[in-house]
Design a protein around this ligand. Structure first.
Ligand code: HPA
Length: 234
């Protein structure tokens, strides 16, 4: 047990999928895992452990934003010895060729600040995905025929941005999409020698204002979960 995770030692698998939304963790566990069992409900941040193709896997909500994700990822790594952490979540599209429902596999995650900024001081660390996971996710996405983009994303501290000029610089530098968690996940994985990746579904688009209708979300998010599972166990 940790401050924020009530699971007993051994109840968390070495591979963890992390959606922001705890109810998406429940849905993904019930839909894709065998024998899924609730292992955490502290603060309603649901976590489930079951198996996928015989492999033990936990799906644990991270909450929204890097400070929240940082709490769960730190505890998973330090107290439960988790080796592989895959964020599954939504993002806002930032390039004209990135469409709603497309999948983005995040090679790197740019930030203004993250919970780790303090330790880097004048350094601009480049949070980067694990290559083996990235390669396997791209292969899995291609095999499924999912429209997938691979490249840099922007991990923002705000959903309601007041500085459109910052988004413009990201767009100008080829950033594919914006979300709020991956950079801290990649940084923690680098610090502790673990593997991390973010597989994201484009749920809205900053340039077109389009948004995924709620009835489409399950099927689209399902592709992302399966890509993440295939990557984690390839
Ligand atoms: N901004 C930040 N995070 C997001 C967005 C967005 O537009 N869409 C989904 N997650």
């Amino acid at each position: 047990m940790t401050v924020h995770i009530g699971a007993a030692p051994g109840e968390i698998a070495q591979t963890v999928l992390m959606p922001g939304d705890p109810y998406r963790a429940k849905w993904a566990a019930e839909t894709f895992l065998k024998d899924a069992k609730l292992v955490n409900e502290v603060r309603g941040m649901l976590g489930f452990t079951g198996t996928w193709n015989g492999n033990p896997v936990t799906i644990q909500g991270s909450g929204m934003g890097m400070p929240s994700l940082s709490i769960y990822a730190n505890e998973l790594i330090s107290s439960y010895d988790v080796q592989t952490l895959v964020r599954i979540g939504s993002c806002g599209g930032m390039q004209p060729h990135v469409g709603i429902r497309d999948v983005i596999v995040a090679m790197s995650a740019s930030t203004i600040t993250s919970p780790s900024s303090g330790i880097f001081r004048e350094l601009n660390f480049a949070p980067t995905a694990d290559w083996s996971l990235l390669q396997a996710a791209v292969k899995a996405a291609e095999a499924r025929g999912t429209k997938t983009h691979v490249g840099g994303i922007y991990s923002s501290d705000v959903f309601y941005a007041e500085r459109p000029d910052l988004d413009e610089q990201m767009v100008r530098h080829g950033i594919l999409g914006v979300e709020m968690e991956a950079a801290e996940l990649y940084t923690l994985a680098a610090r502790h020698g673990r593997r991390a990746l973010a597989v994201l579904t484009v749920s809205d688009h900053l340039q077109t204002g389009e948004a995924l209708p709620s009835e489409d979300r399950e099927k689209t998010f399902g592709d992302m979960v399966e890509i993440a599972l295939e990557a984690a166990f390839s």
